[in-house]
Ligand binder design. Structure first.
Ligand SMILES: [Cu+2]
Length: 651
């Protein structure tokens, strides 16, 4: 059956782009412009804005000196994301309530210490100066299975019925923060139905002010940690009883995560110390710390890479109609005989690259080693990153410098891995060392991206799929070499001994789960309607399950399990399991039964794994916290439309 995605590609022919035929006979699209807002991404000057290195989030002094305490709000503000001289952009992000200067997209970094708890009061501050609620910056599709505050306490966290096709929801915005990669107890995990509205003066009567699980988790938090949650807030405790690692925090509201995260709220949470970390001075540093004087040179830098599109007035662009995706103009849900949501897009690809909140920035580097902590913070886009000597370098050209990957989501790898490129699905992290030693002052290198401007299914750029547009999304940032200011005393990566890696023990249960996509059940040739998780039946066929189906994954407390993730779709999906860090065991090709071990850079603990189409990806995890959690695809458009399931540990 011709899918709408094929239809979209076919439409690109009519649009006049050039097609090439690759070595395997697949049709490749050459440099077609990526549709977006009214701002042409080729008119955005590149490499004129310095990279912003997020400073450290300040805490709040509290009597209990055994914890780090924060009060962090999400607010709306204006930031110069495009280069100076171009319009500024209204965004949302986090900042410290008592430090107005700390609101930034992405958020300032939370520096946390292994085995020292951090407690955060997360405030939904999406109100205007008069205390009235701020509507969403983007078009909220009210036909998904979503938070649905207008449904009231009975209709919240549901897919509402409509008698006519609705416009976007413009009411107060529910939010709830998830610390991604955190070994979080259930009440502090940011469950998708534990959202809360801001305490605005004009919340429409009848609206649910909190999600279905908010009150239960509020009670549990108070009973466990002795602190109550005031309206419009939640307080979460992060025990940090896990390996030193690169975590991040972002919104996780049911059916709205794609929009809430795209609007800006996200930040790094760097967990350090303990036996799973390296001693001071071994790796390149310093990283930012509180109280640094201006102009401090940093040699450990987190890099959040995100794709965004803009309108000519600087506003973020995100599709407000299904038509943007595949020109399907209805009938939609609300008209008779349709099950296609009017606004939701199955994926979204921005046409400009943003690093730490600036389009195509430049970083001055000294001829020495740097520790770079990469995050793929895109909604749908996979990244294949390479350091090249030319910004439009492509394909088989060797990397100008290798990456030495030392860590992934769950902390350090067993040993450093030298690689020419980083393949990263949404939400994956890569902790790497790049050695600029020996480069001439004035030399320039580029971080390029060769992953596709469309869903990724595995393979090699410009052979198996068209690489991203070299003029826009094929470029990420520039490194410009400046004179050294200090001596590099860090250990060269090929001589590094990383902290001991202790693998998990034997698994006692093997569980089969599935990744699925559904087209319209009523309109021929229209799809996808939704992406779903599920299980397998005894014949090995997928059983599609939605968010509200009874829980099927229920590990016993402290059980070690293997999950076989069978991908029945055409695309790769980054699968994230909350609460645990897992090992990648292997991947099995469905047709041939061929087994592939994990890639060298996947040998550590991970919280997100790429599940390729037609394969079963096996991971192993130990479920050592009881309660209710979720697992989901981190293509957040998928997550928002059924590709997320609750799971429970213990009874
Ligand atoms: Cu997915």
């Amino acid at each position: 059956m011709i899918t709408r995605r094929d239809f979209l590609k076919a439409g690109a022919v009519a649009g006049g782009s050039v097609f090439l035929v690759g070595a395997r006979g697949v049709t490749l699209r050459a440099t077609a412009a990526i549709p977006g807002g009214t701002l042409d991404p080729t008119t955005i000057p590149k490499y004129v804005t310095p990279l912003v290195i997020p400073p450290v989030m300040p805490g709040v002094a509290v009597k209990d000196r055994s914890i780090d305490y924060y009060e962090i709000a999400v607010r709306q503000f204006v930031q110069q994301i495009l280069p100076p001289g171009m319009p500024a952009t209204t965004v949302w992000s986090y900042g410290s309530v008592s430090h107005p200067g700390t609101f930034n997209y992405p958020a300032f970094t939370i520096e946390a210490t292994v085995d020292r708890p951090a407690r955060v009061k997360w405030v939904n501050g999406l109100v205007d100066g008069s205390g009235r609620y701020l509507p969403h910056l983007l078009a909220v599709d009210p036909t998904l299975h979503w938070a649905n505050p207008p449904g009231g306490s009975r209709g919240r966290d549901m897919r509402p019925d409509f008698e006519s096709t609705p416009g976007p929801y413009t009411g107060p915005v529910p939010m709830v923060v998830h610390l991604h990669g955190g070994h979080n107890t259930e009440e502090s995990d940011g469950y998708a139905e534990a959202w809360y509205l801001p305490t605005a003066s004009d919340i429409p009567s009848g609206h649910a002010k909190v999600g279905s699980f908010y009150s239960e988790f509020r009670s549990k938090f108070q009973a466990t940690w002795g602190q109550s949650w005031s309206p419009g807030t939640a307080v979460f405790q992060y025990q940090n009883d896990q390996r030193a690692s690169t975590l991040w925090f972002h919104d996780h509201t049911l059916g709205m995560t794609r929009l809430n995260v795209y609007a800006g709220p996200a930040g790094f949470y760097l967990l350090r110390g303990g036996s799973s970390d390296l001693g001071a001075g071994v790796l390149p540093g310093p990283a930012p710390k509180l109280g640094d004087p201006g102009g401090t040179r940093y040699h450990e830098i987190p890099l959040a890479i995100q794709d965004r599109s803009f309108n000519a007035d600087g506003a973020l662009f995100y599709p407000s109609s299904r038509e943007f995706f595949d020109w399907f103009a209805g009938p939609y849900i609300g008209s008779q005989h349709s099950d296609i949501s009017p606004i939701w897009n199955p994926e979204f690809f921005g046409n400009a690259m943003v690093v730490n909140g600036r389009t195509w920035p430049v970083l001055e580097v000294e001829p020495r080693r740097y520790r770079l902590r990469f995050l793929n913070g895109c909604n749908s886009r996979f990244l294949i990153l390479k350091i090249a000597s030319h910004p439009t370098a492509r394909g088989r050209s060797r990397a100008a410098l290798p990456f030495w990957q030392i860590g992934t989501e769950g902390g350090f790898l067993p040993e450093p891995v030298q690689i020419d490129q980083l393949l990263m699905g949404p939400a994956e992290r890569a902790d790497v060392i790049v050695d600029f030693t020996g480069l001439r002052v004035g030399e320039e290198l580029y971080l390029i991206n060769e992953a596709p401007d469309e869903p990724f299914g595995g393979g090699i750029p410009d052979r198996d799929f068209p690489a991203s547009d070299p003029g826009t999304t094929g470029q990420v940032m520039k490194f410009s070499v400046v004179p050294p200011t200090s001596t590099d005393t860090s250990v060269p990566p090929d001589q590094l001994t990383l902290p001991t890696f202790t693998p998990l023990g034997e698994a006692t249960v093997t569980r089969q789960v599935s990744l699925n996509e559904e087209d319209s059940a009523v309109l021929e040739g229209v799809g996808p309607r939704a992406a779903l998780l599920g299980t397998l039946d005894s014949a090995g066929n997928p059983v599609h399950l939605g968010w509200d189906d009874p829980i099927t994954e229920n590990p016993a407390l402290d059980a070690t399990e293997i999950w076989e993730i069978h991908n029945f779709t055409e695309d790769a999906h980054p699968i994230h399991i909350h609460e645990v860090m897992f090992e990648v065991i292997d991947r099995e090709e469905g047709e041939t039964g061929e087994l592939h071990g994990p890639e060298a850079w996947e040998m550590g603990f991970k919280d997100t794994v790429i599940a390729f189409p037609g394969e079963a990806t096996r991971i192993k995890a130990r479920f050592d916290l009881p309660g209710l959690f979720v697992w989901h695809c981190h293509i957040v458009e998928h997550e928002d439309n059924e590709m997320m399931r609750p799971y429970r540990v213990g009874s």
